[in-house]
Write a protein that binds this ligand. Sequence first.
Ligand SMILES: [Zn+2]
Length: 96
Amino acid sequence: MRNVKLLICLDCNSVFNLDYEWKECKCGHSKGKYIDNLNAIFEGDAAVPLGFSNASLITAINNQPDQGLGEEFTAFVIPRKCPTFRKNDELDKPVM
Ligand SMILES: [Zn+2]
């Protein structure tokens, strides 16, 4: 199961998932979209790509506590050079 790709915009703190149509944050400085079922692209100097571990998110949802502390799951900041989630102005550059 692939992980969920998201963007956070550092200008407006929007966190949003992606779709096959361009989606953008509230302030419009960050946007992204899937280009197929694995690869995504994004634009904007304020945009930081995030990933949610799908398996750990589902486990956490299934173990949602009634009260007390929340159930943690794995989220991560995707590396600057990621072949499956690339900044749009770097599409012509080879991935190191
Ligand atoms: Zn924004």
